[in-house]
Every structure is written in C-alpha cells, then in structure tokens.
Design a protein around this ligand. Sequence first.
Ligand code: BJW
Ligand code: ZN
Length: 234
Amino acid sequence: MRLTAEDHLFALTGAGISAESGLATFRGSGGLWNGHRVEEVATPEAWMANPELVWRFYSMRRRDAMAAEPNAAHFALAAVEEQLGDRFYLCTQNVDDLHERAGSQRLHHMHGTLFASRCVRCNRPFADRAFYESVKALPACSVCGRAVRPHIVWFGEMPLDMDGIYSQLDRATVLLVVGTSGSVYPAAGFVQIARRRGIHTVYVGPEKPLNASSFSEILLGTAAETLPELFASV
Ligand code: BJW
Ligand code: ZN
C-alpha cells in the first residue's frame, strides 16, 4: 500500500487490532462468545430478559479494557493520522478505548463505547466506568428513574452516525481494514462500497476475512507486526 500527499485514508478496525493487547476477539475458539450465547448478552432481547447478566458481561469487558494497553498497531494508526491530518478517518467497531489512548483523534466508535451508559428513555449517553454485578447495583436514570443500559450497539440496532461514515467513505481514496472477520454488517459491506467507487482496498489480519474476495490486497499477518511496517514509508 502506498499513500501519496493527495490520498484520503479511511481505516476500519475490528476486535483483531486489540488481540495483541490481550483483549479477546468475539468469534473462534477462546473468543468472547465461545461458551456464551450472543443472544444472551449482546442483543436488545437479552437486555429485556436479563439486565443483570448483560451488565455483568459489560462490567467484565470494562475491567478487561481498563487493564489493557494499546499496542504497536494502535500507535501506528495514531502516527499516520499525525501525518495525514484531515485526510485520515478511523472508524472502529471496537468498544474499548485503546485507539484514543494511543492518541487517535479523528475516531468514530460505530458500535458504541464501553465507557458510557445511557438511559433507555432519555437516551443521552454519559461517561460511566463503574462495574455493576448485582440486581441491587443496577443503575437508574437520575432524571426519569428508568433503567440505564450500556451505550453499545447490539444486533438489530442502528450503528452510530452512519451518515458521517458514508460521507467519509465517499471522499476516501484508500480503505484499510484491520482485524475484523467481515461477518457483521453494515461494516462488512464498506469494502463493497469502496470497490464500487474503484478505490484501493487493503485487509490486514492473520487469516482471510469472510469478505476477502472484495479486497484489492490482503496482507496476512498480525496487526501489531504489519501496520508499523506498512506505514514506514508514509
Ligand atoms: C487479528 C489478530 C491480530 C485475530 N491482528 N487481526 C443478514 C444479512 C446481512 C445483515 C444481517 C443479516 N441478519 C442480520 C443482519 C444485520 C446484523 C448482522 O450483520 N448480522 C450478522 C451476524 C449477519 N447487523 C446489525 O444488526 C447491525 N445493525 C444494523 O444492521 O442496522 C440496520 C442498518 C441497515 C442499513 C445500514 C445501517 C444499518 C448492528 C451490529 C451490531 C454489532 N454489535 C457487536 C456487539 C457490540 C458490543 C460488544 O462489543 O459487546 O459488535 S457484535 C460484535 O461483532 C461486535 C463487533 O464490533 C462485531 C464485529 O466483530 P469483529 O470485530 O469482526 O470480531 P471477530 O471476532 O468476528 O473477528 C476478529 C478478527 O480478528 C478475525 O478475523 C481474526 O482473524 C482477526 N485477528 N488476531 C489482526 N493479532
Ligand atoms: Zn432517563
């Protein structure tokens, strides 16, 4: 992948970029959902049926993310942003905060963030780093008294700021996708949109994603090994 002074880079990251920071990915053996049913912890139905279980799952995720540190791949993206400025946009499916802790600024969390919660009625997100482990501890909104849920996009819900994402995809000249299995839409479809626009598309990860056939280039390797080298010439 070569970047010139005119390029606009759109980077999309998934759970794989945080794997070398010690955070489990979702799918596959040893993954977060190995042994958990997704429908029990990451859907609106799960939340309605058992908010305590859902909060225990996200409290564990908060704890794990707080204990993790950004790796060389997060830092490489932050460094390339310093070079490209407004010609860079980072869209992450991840809910951890390792990109911001590495220094990324032009960053969008399309599936929400672990470190905010929101009232199911008022809907406004607020910063929240607490752990909720029991029914008694479950938080209620200070304004209307309704339940407070994780500020996370679950299956069947609309990812955040899709208009902003599509307008960034429209101006991109290179799409770089890192560490995502290509199984969850709409993110898995960004490469097809980019391809229809005729721009260069690159995937980085240790194995081919489900949507591999849509990429112009596949670089097999881990994110922390591959990204610093990939950007060395920028
Ligand atoms: C490494 C590595 C290393 C390992 N270095 N790499 C039928 C067809 C099409 C769509 C649908 C359908 N039925 C339903 C849908 C829609 C649904 C969907 O896509 N379902 C699929 C399962 C089929 N999508 C939705 O419901 C979304 N909303 C929606 O579509 O709204 C309507 C809409 C319409 C039109 C436009 C826009 C919207 C919402 C999706 C919400 C996803 N939420 C989750 C949970 C978030 C909270 C949480 O974290 O708990 O988001 S699901 C989960 O999957 C999480 C992730 O962000 C997401 C993607 O996972 P990711 O990142 O790809 O992780 P893995 O584990 O799958 O892969 C890891 C990869 O890393 C692997 O490839 C490894 O090889 C690699 N790796 N080590 C680099 N060291
Ligand atoms: Zn409220």
